[in-house]
Design a protein around this ligand. Structure first.
Ligand code: 4GN
Length: 251
């Protein structure tokens, strides 16, 4: 999979060249290249921003340097890429979107703005899709792009080395994870749930599934509405809620 970024701070993306994603690059699972918008200016001061028409605070990223930088990424991509812009106005990114992007393996270009925003005409003419990582504002699109890139690349087969395929079904996407424990068995007086120490793999699987359903019910009711729960899972959830002094669901 081929990924390009367009930004005023391409050095920030070095964070992706470590850990799981860094290894995916080394093993040629992905190609990740970075473009500096300032390299596509024509004036001696390398100007990329100007005052907003209509007045107001801050500066706006000019259309032309971005247009030239995006054109350079398109010339370098193996086939026409999807050009993505990160902003709070975008569609909220989630695990389903990450899965779809990892599956199609279409080349992606992430355009990262700064200042007050990007000239709207550039967005209209050059951006295929606007995405948001959540309803909050950050200083630039780079961290949002890195979040999306990490979420997508770890789903490419062979990148995680384990469980990447088990995580692929939509049922799992819409349930929160179960709690994890490791040595020591007792830490500062707090013990590990006994079921995890007894070696009964079916009981462990049932306990974990119960935790996933219960935690999702408590913390993300809207996700639980997306999954169909079979009678056994309904029983696990009812057990969890009575163990946690919560009334029956759907009453
Ligand atoms: C993305 C970008 C938040 C998100 C951003 C988000 C940079 N903030 N929620 N800030 O995904 C003006 C120009 C704001 C780019 C943008």
């Amino acid at each position: 999979m081929w990924i390009g970024t367009v930004s005023l701070l391409p050095e920030m993306f070095q964070a992706l060249h470590h850990g799981v994603i860094g290894r995916a690059i080394e093993h040629n699972k992905i190609q990740l290249n970075h473009w500096q918008i300032r390299d596509y200016t024509e004036d001696t001061h390398k100007t990329v921003d100007d005052k907003p028409f209509g007045g107001g605070p801050g500066m706006v990223l000019m259309a032309e340097p971005l247009y030239q930088a995006i054109s350079a990424t398109k010339a370098a991509a193996p086939i026409t890429p999807r050009v993505i812009c990160l902003s709070p106005q975008g569609k909220i990114f989630n695990q389903s979107a990450a899965k779809q992007m990892a599956k199609t393996k279409t080349p992606l270009v992430f355009v990262c703005g700064r200042y007050e925003g990007i000239d709207e005409r550039l967005i209209e003419d050059c951006i295929d899709e606007e995405w948001s990582i959540g309803d909050y504002v950050i200083s630039g699109g780079e961290f949002a792009a890195m979040t999306m890139i990490d979420a997508i690349v770890r789903l490419i087969p062979g990148v995680l080395g384990h469980e990447a395929s088990a995580e692929q079904d939509s049922y799992m996407d819409n349930l929160l994870d179960y709690p994890h424990y490791t040595r020591p068995a007792v830490w500062r007086g707090k013990s590990t749930p006994a079921v995890l120490m007894d070696g009964n793999h079916q009981e462990i699987a049932n306990w974990r599934q119960k935790q996933r359903l219960g935690r999702t019910w408590l913390r993300r009711q809207h996700l639980l509405n997306r999954v169909s729960i079979n009678p056994f899972e309904q029983k696990l959830l009812t057990q969890f809620l009575s163990e946690h002094n919560v009334g029956e669901p759907n009453e």
